[in-house]
Design a protein around this ligand. Structure first.
Ligand SMILES: CC(C)(COP(=O)(O)OP(=O)(O)OC[C@H]1O[C@@H](n2cnc3c(N)ncnc32)[C@H](O)[C@@H]1OP(=O)(O)O)[C@@H](O)C(=O)NCCC(=O)NCCS
Length: 188
């Protein structure tokens, strides 16, 4: 705020998060194609749900925009500017045991897997969460079988909380992805 009480800087919550190799920024219309390509890739969606149409991708972006100042951000490579993924914080869904809790999540286009980008984006997101939010903990959920995401959770120092394992209502009763695990990290 300046002395007149007027905000002269963009709100801190919207400022890009910059890491060594990445920038995490609020999505813009120019990101739609790259994010839709990611959500239309069966390998990315294998443990998440059905692949998305372009309209469903737009709806996902609108959902995240409505979480502001939370909502996942575009993960952009600082070198070259490619939009490679989507990572951030959102409120836990109301039909799950993490309702209202601060939830972190991530996904990357397959060309960029196994290069440490998700860890870099997620670690910066956790730091942003601790700095800009008051919640005592951040949680993450994923299908029990999603070994890649669970390994990342552990790598970030998140702890599996077996008492918070549940059947995710987004999946059919016989869908193996329905069994969902919860990991948690507490504010230090
Ligand atoms: C999960 C995902 C984001 C990981 O992205 P990534 O950039 O490949 O992950 P990183 O390279 O940063 O790896 C971080 C850690 O995750 C683990 N990990 C990642 N991929 C793994 C794999 N294929 N097998 C085993 N462990 C893996 C490792 O522990 C790794 O730590 P390390 O660097 O010490 O080895 C990516 O695979 C993805 O987008 N998957 C599809 C979407 C999805 O399932 N999202 C999760 C929703 S809850």
């Amino acid at each position: 705020m300046n002395p007149a009480g007027l905000s002269i800087m963009p709100p801190l919550d919207d400022a890009p998060i910059v890491t060594e190799r990445l920038m995490l920024r609020v999505p813009e219309p120019r990101d739609r194609a790259a994010l839709h390509a990611m959500w239309a890739d069966p390998r990315v969606m294998a443990d998440l749900g059905p692949v998305k149409s372009a309209a469903e991708s737009d709806a996902a972006l609108a959902r995240h925009a409505a979480y502001a100042p939370l909502g996942f951000r575009v993960v952009e490579l600082r070198d070259g500017g490619a939009a490679i993924g989507f990572c951030g914080l959102k409120p836990g869904a109301s039909d799950t045991p993490i309702a209202g809790m601060l939830e972190i999540g991530w996904m990357l286009a397959t060309d960029y897997w196994r290069q440490g980008y998700a860890r870099e984006a997620a670690a910066a997101t956790l730091a942003w969460g601790w700095a800009t939010r008051d919640e005592p903990a951040i949680v993450a959920i994923t299908a029990e079988r999603n070994a890649k995401s669970r390994a990342l959770m552990a790598r970030l120092g998140m702890r599996h909380d077996p008492a918070m394992t549940f059947d995710h209502p987004a999946f059919a009763l016989d869908d193996p992805r329905r069994r969902t695990v919860t990991y948690r990290i507490d504010r230090r």
